[in-house]
Design a protein around this ligand. Structure first.
Ligand code: NAD
Length: 261
């Protein structure tokens, strides 16, 4: 299937590893030009090289989106490459915490990385998308927006806020050919998750594969997802073909969540 995004400019944040990196690669394979944002310049350079090796076009924009004032710089650099018509908003998860431990400061810190840069980048990109009469915006959230996860109160709270924002924005910008959606990954084997399971295994005194096996037993598909399985869905949601899909949250979790909708 031709996804209709050849030559379009895509901004992908959190692109140095995991799901964001895989989305960046897949977009490039589909012919999009990729602006890759993350904190690690070295990892971004590796990604750019990999994309160039497959005949694609990509640029590294190293930035810490959690730091105030960073977004303006990213938008300025992005504008040099043209009009961004595709935006994948993604950063890392906040620290674990119970709801009763959570105060305003903790929420603010999580929002600085997970919510505020998404809002600010979106606001900066919307005028160009409106003029182009085309835009695809997708935020990576978590299965936690459907079924909040114990001890991840910050994620459950802030990502729900982003989901509410996306739903509201989707209706506002739909007349301009701009779609806004969110994708909640389920358990996906990325570098970050590898660390989490290493820690779990160590704590329980079991091999890491056993820790994965225990988790996999909770998932109807019988295993964790791969970044590629998430990226393929994300890239479809970011494609020209997904023109009637907006204001939606798609949880890609191998059947893990039990909610009806
Ligand atoms: P990851 O931690 O491996 O990758 C996150 C990416 O975001 C990295 O490229 C990192 O450099 C970048 N990043 C983090 N903070 C940043 C900042 N302040 N500025 C710029 N870049 C920043 O995460 P992942 O496993 O690929 O997951 C992606 C998102 O999906 C995360 O928010 C994660 O919490 C969420 N999620 C993941 C899973 C999973 O099982 N992997 C499940 C549910 C939700």
């Amino acid at each position: 299937m031709d996804l209709g995004i050849r030559g379009k400019l895509a901004l992908v944040t959190g692109a140095s590893q995991g799901i964001g990196r895989e989305v960046a690669l897949t977009l490039a394979q589909e012919g999009a030009r990729v602006l890759a944002v993350a904190r690690s310049q070295d990892k971004l350079k590796e990604l750019v090289t990999e994309i160039e090796q497959i005949g694609g076009e990509a640029y590294a924009l190293p930035a810490d989106l959690g730091k105030p004032g960073t977004v303006e710089g990213v938008l300025r650099e992005a504008a040099k490459a043209g009009t961004v018509e595709i935006f994948l908003g993604n950063t890392g998860g906040p620290k674990p915490m119970q709801a009763q431990e959570m105060g305003a400061e903790e929420v603010l810190e999580a929002a600085r990385s997970l919510l505020f840069p998404m809002l600010e980048l979106t606001r900066g990109l919307l005028p160009g998308m409106q003029e182009a009469r085309f835009g695809r915006i997708l935020y990576i959230t978590s299965l936690a927006v459907k079924e909040p996860i114990e001890n991840l109160a910050l994620s459950n709270t802030v990502r729900s806020g982003l989901t509410g924002y996306a739903k509201t924005l989707a209706r506002e910008v739909a007349p301009f050919g701009i779609t806004v959606n969110t994708l909640g990954p389920g358990y996906t084997r990325t570098e970050r998750v590898e660390e989490v399971f290493q820690f779990r295994a160590q704590q329980q005194g079991i091999p890491v594969e056993e820790a994965y096996h225990q988790q996999a037993q909770q998932i109807p598909v019988g295993r964790l997802g791969t970044p590629k399985e998430i990226a393929d869905v994300a890239v479809f949601m970011l494609s020209a073909n997904a023109s009637y899909l907006t204001g939606q949250t798609l949880v890609v979790d191998g059947g893990f969540t039990r909610g009806l909708l």
